[in-house]
Design a protein around this ligand. Structure first.
Ligand code: CA
Length: 227
């Protein structure tokens, strides 16, 4: 399944029709809202995402995708109105896999989609991707093992889940509410202070790597962006 997110109905229909005619399953979404509703039903192999959309623009949608564990690995191709616009995209480091400048031909679109699918094949399955290294911090997501330098660090499940979330989305700020919801669950009735307490112990346990977790005043926490 490939989702085409595009509010101009005739373009959207053409994209979907073209993809179907070359053998892909494809579905059109006219907004980010519609896309997220579809994602609840079925995860696609790829998303073709227009930048210019009503309500939420494509970059906002992309950021939401990348900050959600369920969707973070879905390949995304951005459709930009002009070539220059992608510089802005790059600057924002939103994590698109490719971009295609409008107006584009349908053959070009299919070729780009196939190229990205080839490149991203097995993305979630590669064992190499399960080990994340930042400075002297090494985290094995599969085995739930954390090391700072040569030292093993023992984390609680919540601490590990928080660290994993940060590591998978470097540079993205998570609010206390978001962390509470994602890690403790919506039913949790505690205060956002809980997050601060866990961040403090997590930093202490990480020792010299603790500084990788940055406090963004008045907003929340994030993993330092990659340099
Ligand atoms: Ca559009």
């Amino acid at each position: 399944m490939i989702y085409c997110v595009e509010d101009e109905q005739n373009i959207c229909e053409l994209e979907v029709y073209t993809l179907q005619s070359v053998g892909f399953e494809a579905k059109g979404c006219s907004s980010g809202k519609e896309l997220f509703a579809e994602l609840e039903k079925e995860l696609p192999k790829l998303i073709l995402l227009d930048i210019m959309l009503p309500d939420e623009d494509g970059l906002t949608v992309l950021r939401r995708l990348r900050s959600d564990d369920r969707y973070a690995n879905i390949p995304v191709i951005m459709a930009t109105a002009k070539g220059t616009e992608f510089d802005k995209v790059k600057g924002l480091d939103c994590g698109a896999d490719d971009y295609i400048a409008k107006p584009f031909g349908m053959l070009e679109m299919v070729a780009r989609i196939k190229a990205v699918l080839r490149r991203c094949e097995g993305r979630e399955l590669k064992p190499a991707n399960q080990v994340i290294q930042r400075d002297n911090l090494t985290v094995n997501l599969l085995e739930h093992k954390v090391k700072v330098g040569e030292e093993d660090v023992v984390l609680t499940l919540k601490e590990f889940e928080m660290l994993k979330k940060f590591l998978l989305h470097p540079g993205i700020v998570f609010s206390r509410d978001k962390l509470l919801n994602d890690i403790w669950g919506y039913e949790f009735t505690g205060e956002t202070r809980t997050v601060d307490v866990h961040i403090r112990t997590l930093r202490q346990k990480l020792g010299s790597a603790g500084d990788l977790i940055e406090t963004i005043r008045g907003v929340g926490y994030r993993m330092a962006a990659k340099k």
